[in-house]
Design a protein. Structure first.
Length: 700
């Protein structure tokens, strides 16, 4: 609209002005230009966007529709792209010309031709399964712990099951045939919960862990043999780990299972590729087959849309994903790619494998491959602490040959100490304690047994080599000397009560084994001798116990609370005095723990042992184990009754230590006791001190 003023003037000069509004009617003008940014598309990229179209039209706000000469393409919201399910092949045509026609709302149109480059993209193939890590070892092996499982593996791969044929070949292409280890980890999906039986065969040793808990122990050097273990599993995803070592000869490993929803006994297999899954904090093993040899310049390979905090690693390289959700893995060896979601994350991850290439003109093309997997909550159980008593086992390494028990200095400092519930060391060429000597050593085991029903008891001591058994200091069995495993017996009459048991043993060379059994009124036939737990001591006494940490890792921390102030804890060469609060035992030898309550303390000590560790998925877990220790007679009164004894006798008040204060007011007076000597009582007010001889009793 235009406003104009018109003035009219007559011949005499008189004039008049008027304003007029002039409307300018719109006439449609067709599009003047059609342009596109981009123009390069990756081959084999279904539904990929080729470029973005822009229209120059004098008619502002006009609407436009598009037509493409090639029916494989369409324009959606201004983007030229391939139709869903349609992709291009570089080998078939490296460049395609298409004509795009744009038409405005009035029917005016414009056509432009565009050359589309089809970029060559390496084929992407993604599979998943169990992650297999192999470790070459340059020395002989006899057990799984002979391998450093935290070291860098020699080789890695992804495998769908655990089934290595028993033979003289290697587990991996070009790998070692002897003295190697294998660690295989992953997840299994349980559709129907219940009791599952696992079968683990190996030549040599192997062990199975499920959700971080040991289920089958098939360790040691042996031919191919199968061991079984059962576990209750809820429906869902569960983590498994198999460790295996091969020493010499044949090598083989196989894991099977049977249970609800499984058709008999079958191989344990990883989830299918269309149902990839892992658990929180546990890697998903991916075999990403993609040839990066043709990459040039800024060509790149990345994983996108990952949760923040996800760790991606392969062949010693790793990256932690930030808020962008992108992990750049350009140049990595992706045959075994580990994708570890952060601890605490669960849910579906719709990630992508993204490949970006550049053509000679500088245009880029990106191809993506979906990588969708579920992250489920981990089944984590905190390892517990067990307060153990029983026989205190002291081991003595000796650097010379032995022929009899007394060839060992039993008063010397032991090489190692621990507690065992019973005395039953398998006759073999192994050691009695972890990392200990296999030859020329001694073992002293001390404990107590309580007899409820008196009578004749027969003890049986088997040993290779010599063994001697003492009951309350009396030798009951003498099976001394160098010999193969043989058993000797001895009979002793025992009244109801508690007895000290001590076993001394030596091993010279060859096999080593030791076993102690008994048979009597209190036993169910011939059975192993089990020592009483040390949960009660007299006043001013010392508890000797051990702490077993179960499946806890070496990095676990332990603390104990509930101990009275001034309680002394002795662990190996370390001593700690409690202030009544929590006592940190991290890094200490917990196999033998001596607890000495403060002098004069009587009653119950109740507290907790706290263990903090990392679960198999890296989550921090904590367990609290309550304990109760009894000092003295918690129900006793202050009155103490002494037994009749002569001065040199060893009887003392029940539940009292040598320095206890005794009330003698009601004691029977005997003329032959020094303690009953008459003392002159002076009643004169002038006498302030009476000098008398006194006697002090010491029970050492």
């Amino acid at each position: 609209e235009i406003n104009v003023e018109v003035t009219v003037t007559d011949s005499a000069g008189a004039s008049l002005s008027e304003s007029f509004a002039i409307t300018v009617a719109d006439v449609n003008e067709g599009p003047e230009a059609l342009e596109m940014t981009g123009g390069t598309v990756a081959e084999n990229a279904s539904g990929a966007v080729v470029g973005t179209l822009s229209v120059i039209d004098p008619d502002a706000g006009d609407s436009h529709s598009f037509e493409v000469s090639d029916d494989r393409f369409e324009v959606v919201e201004g983007h030229l792209q391939l139709k869903p399910g349609v992709s291009l092949d570089h080998e078939a045509a490296a460049e395609i010309n298409v004509e795009v026609t744009v038409t405005d709302s009035a029917g005016a149109s414009l056509s432009e031709s565009f050359a589309i480059t089809v970029a060559e993209i390496p084929d992407i193939n993604v599979t998943s399964g169990f992650k297999a890590e192999y470790f070459d070892v340059e020395h002989s092996l006899s057990k799984l712990d002979d391998i450093d499982w935290n070291s860098d593996p020699t080789y890695e791969e992804v495998t769908s099951d655990i089934d290595y044929a028993n033979g003289r070949g290697s587990f991996w292409d070009g790998g070692s045939k002897d003295t190697f280890g294998a660690k295989i980890t992953g997840t299994v999906e349980v559709a129907e919960g219940g009791n599952f039986k696992f079968l683990l065969g190996g030549d040599d040793g192997a062990m199975l862990f499920i959700n971080g808990e040991p289920v089958i122990d098939n360790d040691g050097e042996h031919g191919f043999r199968t061991r079984t273990g059962e576990i209750e599993l809820e429906p869902g995803t569960h983590h498994i780990e198999v460790r295996y070592f091969e020493n010499y000869g044949r090598a083989g490993l196989k894991l099977e299972w049977e249970g609800p929803g499984i058709d008999g006994r079958e191989l344990v297999t990883a989830p299918e590729a269309d149902s990839l899954q892992t658990v929180s904090g546990v890697p998903l093993a991916v075999d990403l087959q993609l040839d990066q040899s043709a990459f040039v310049g800024d060509d790149s390979l990345a994983l996108t849309d990952l949760p923040t905090g996800t760790t991606v690693s392969a062949d010693g390289l790793w990256v932690t994903v930030n808020d962008s959700g992108v992990a750049d893995i350009t140049g990595w060896d992706t045959d075994t790619l580990s994708i570890t979601p952060p601890v605490g994350f669960d849910g579906e991850v719709t990630a992508k494998v993204s490949v970006t290439v550049h053509d000679v003109s500088g245009h880029t093309a990106t191809a993506t491959h979906p990588l969708t997997f579920d992250v489920n909550e981990a089944n984590v159980t905190a390892p517990g602490v067990t307060l153990v008593g029983g026989f205190k086992a002291s081991y003595f390494d000796v650097d010379h040959s032995l022929r009899k028990i007394n060839d060992i200095d039993w008063d010397s400092a032991p090489t190692h100490e621990e507690f065992v519930q019973d005395i039953n060391y398998e006759n073999s060429r192994g050691s009695f304690w972890e990392g200990g000597s296999k030859d020329t050593f001694g073992a002293k085991l001390e404990g107590q047994v309580t007899v409820e029903e008196g009578g004749d008891y027969t003890f049986f001591a088997g040993g290779d080599d010599g063994v001697v058994v003492y009951i309350n200091g009396e030798a009951v069995i003498d099976n001394d000397g160098i010999h193969g495993f043989r058993t000797r017996s001895g009979k002793i009459e025992l009244e109801p009560g508690t007895y000290d048991v001590e076993v001394r043993y030596f091993e010279n060379y060859g096999n080593a084994g030791l076993k102690l059994e008994w048979d009597g009124p209190d036993t169910d036939g011939r059975e192993l001798v089990t020592s009483d737990p040390d949960t009660h001591v007299e006043e001013n006494g010392t508890f000797e116990v051990g702490l077993e940490l179960g499946t806890a890792s070496d990095s676990a921390t332990v603390s104990i609370d509930g101990l009275p102030p001034d309680t002394i804890l002795h662990l190996g060469d370390a001593s700690i005095v409690s202030d009544g609060g929590s006592v940190d035992l991290a890094g200490m030898d917990l196999s033998v723990l001596e607890i000495s309550p403060p002098p004069g303390f009587e009653g119950l000590i109740e507290g907790n042992i706290t263990l903090t560790d990392q679960a198999f998925n890296g989550a921090e877990v904590t367990s609290h184990t309550p304990f109760t220790l009894e000092v003295g007679d918690s129900d006793s009164t202050s009155e103490v009754q002494w037994e009749d004894t002569d001065l040199m006798g060893s009887s003392e008040p029940a539940g009292q230590a040598w320095d206890a204060e005794a009330d003698m007011s009601d004691a029977e007076v005997r003329d032959d006791e020094v303690l009953s000597e008459p003392v002159v009582q002076h009643t004169s007010d002038d006498l302030g001190i009476a000098n008398t001889d006194t006697y002090e009793r010491f029970d050492w």
